[in-house]
Design a protein around this ligand. Structure first.
Ligand code: 3DU
Length: 211
């Protein structure tokens, strides 16, 4: 059963720290990304790390290898221990993120199939399977795969073996935690926790699906 990862897509430092503090006892990691970092700055990673929970930077990095490496180095220097990159820029671009993660003692996850309906246009099916194989070949620590499509998570699992699957799409996007939890290593939950009237209680409820 999976770790619980809070997707902290709130738009102020105060709200981020207050939600993180409330939910922290039930969490294994916090995922930060463009919404929070653009609103509050990457140095929000400093106070967030004080809750003692690993931070994963979801910048879906998608550039040439040199730029990917520069982005990843910033992320790890800020105190994050994981980074999420796209795979569709190719193996050298992914390798740049994996190398930066390895140098920092961190982890790199590659997006394969996304969870929203539009993912079916490009980021699904055969393309997702190629991206999963690319993640394996590049030495990535795991992949991102959709909680909204458990059967696709199972298909991608056959490619990546025991590498980690972190899975967004539970709650607000309709994914069922009871169905997806046994298939994955990390359950990513955002709005269903941070917009709840009582984020601590919401996090506690999702934490029931943890290891
Ligand atoms: O739908 P939620 O509010 O639980 O948030 C899900 C988070 O995961 C959010 O940060 C989103 O950007 C991210 N994510 C997906 O939802 C789907 C993907 O395929 C990849 C990342």
């Amino acid at each position: 059963m999976p770790d619980l990862i809070l997707a902290l897509d709130v738009l102020s430092r105060e709200e981020a720290l207050s939600v993180a503090e409330a939910a922290a006892p039930h969490l294994d990691a916090i995922k930060i990304g463009y919404p929070l970092v653009l609103a509050a700055g990457l140095d929000i990673a400093g106070p967030l790390s004080e809750f003692g929970i690993p931070l994963i930077a979801d910048f879906k990095v998608a550039d040439i290898p040199n730029t990917n490496r520069l982005i990843a180095e910033q992320v790890f220097a800020a105190g994050c221990s994981g980074i999420i990159c796209q795979g569709f820029c190719g193996s050298d671009s992914v390798a740049a993120c994996v190398e930066a993660a390895d140098d920092a003692g961190g982890e790199c996850y590659v997006v394969t199939e996304m969870s929203h309906p539009g993912a079916l246009e490009f980021l699904s099916g055969k393309n997702a399977e190629l991206l999963a194989q690319l993640a394996v070949d590049a030495g990535a620590h795991g992949i991102i795969a959709p909680a909204t499509r458990p059967e696709r998570v199972q298909a991608l699992r056959t490619i990546i073996g025991d590498k980690k699957i972190l899975s967004p799409g539970v709650g607000a996007q309709g994914g069922d935690p009871a169905v997806i939890a046994p298939l994955i290593d990390g359950m990513i939950v955002g709005r269903a926790i941070y917009t709840a009237e009582d984020p601590a209680e919401a996090a506690r409820a999702y934490a029931a699906f943890r290891r």
